[in-house]
Design a protein around this ligand. Structure first.
Ligand SMILES: [Zn+2]
Length: 364
């Protein structure tokens, strides 16, 4: 068919990040546009981002095999719809985003996925490409090692890529570890439980424990104060790192993933965050030959910086969506893509659009 490119868009509350992937899976072009709220604005903005990417990449829409969208809100992957994308001004009723965008871009197939899931797929794709052990054929599924992508944003949640596939769960709640209660006497969570993990390990939890007063993001101010020896900051930092380490431990003990990638706004701390979490993992493993044998500190890493991870993942899913549709029918109505279940996440839980750092490039 000659259609060998794919496009991914990460649609957030303030901006749309886009990536064009070439036939070999490499990022060929990137765009960034402000988000226009409301259904019409989102569709028009996404269509423009697609056209911009095609132009930048020196190719044509006819050579784009598929487009993937990562979007916050309740996504029905099979139907290609989204609702309750509150940050985008899309409330209540279901928005048939896949069909609306496809109609604007000459019928190129579009798939829609939760923003956290696309980030997980993107992290797996980039990790795989970082390890040039073998050469994949164009379009072949990446032989990723099992991976969890942990978003440290407004909330805490993980996206899971197991045996190369996204694991959504029967109700789309796979990876919702932020709502695992760890302290029965802890503060009340928006989900109605008490002492949920995300009350301790999230960007919101950190900003509450160490409010910014110098105009920098609160994670930066906390880590700077801790490095300067402020005992209060040292304690808050240790408690936060310990809670993130608990999330890592929970994921490894549940699905035994090779990689736990820390993403979301807080991950922009980079190496200092990684070191703090690794220290906490060492501490938790002390006295436990069992935990020590799992080498948790070797599995954790920071999400790639300066790359639109979620947009890249959306593009990878766009290719899969195109091949699934191609095998079933050609009318592109979204009805034939493999019976995937709707993804229903806790509204207001893992979506972190409200707390993005100004230059947040990863997502969630
Ligand atoms: Zn909760």
């Amino acid at each position: 068919m000659g259609a060998s490119y794919t496009i991914g868009l990460d649609i957030g509350g303030t901006k749309i990040l886009g990536a064009l992937l070439g036939p070999d899976g490499a990022v060929v072009a990137q765009v960034r546009r402000p988000t226009v709220r409301g259904a019409e604005g989102v569709v028009a903005g996404a269509a423009q981002a697609v056209r911009d990417l095609v132009d930048l990449g020196g190719t044509t829409l006819a050579r784009v095999a598929g487009v993937g969208l990562g979007i916050p809100g309740i996504v029905d992957h099979a139907a290609g719809t989204v609702r309750h994308a509150v940050n985008l001004g899309v409330d209540g009723s279901e928005l048939p985003l896949a069909d609306l965008l496809s109609a604007e871009i000459d019928g190129v197939p579009v798939v829609v996925e939760n923003d956290l899931n696309v980030a997980a797929v993107g992290a797996a794709h980039l990790l795989e490409r970082d390890t040039p052990v073998h050469h994949r054929a164009a379009g072949a599924a990446p032989q990723s090692e099992d991976l969890a992508f942990v978003a440290l944003g407004t909330g805490l949640a993980a996206g899971l890529v197991l045996e190369g596939d996204l694991r959504r769960g029967v109700s789309g709640a796979a990876g919702e570890i932020g709502h695992v209660p760890i302290d029965p006497a802890g503060p009340e969570c928006a989900c109605g439980q008490r002492g949920c993990l995300e009350m301790f390990a999230s960007g919101t939890a950190l900003a509450t424990a160490w409010p910014a007063v110098h105009g920098k993001p609160s994670p930066v101010e906390l880590f700077e104060a801790a490095a300067a020896g402020d005992p209060g900051a040292v304690a808050v930092k240790a408690r936060f790192a310990g809670a993130v380490a608990s999330a890592v431990r929970l994921l490894v003990l549940t699905v035994d993933v090779r990689h736990v990638v820390l993403g979301g706004g807080v991950s922009q701390l980079g190496e200092p965050l990684l070191e703090a979490v690794q220290d906490a993992l060492h501490e938790q493993a002390e006295g436990s030959p069992f935990l020590t044998s799992l080498a948790l500190h070797e599995r954790v890493r920071i999400a790639p910086q300066g790359v639109p991870v979620a947009a890249v993942g959306a593009a990878v899913l766009g290719r899969e969506g195109a091949s699934r549709r191609g095998a079933v029918a050609t009318d592109g109505d979204g009805g034939g893509d493999g019976g995937r279940r709707a993804s229903a996440r806790v509204p207001g839980g893992p979506d972190d659009g409200g707390h993005d750092w100004p230059h947040d490039e990863t997502r969630s």
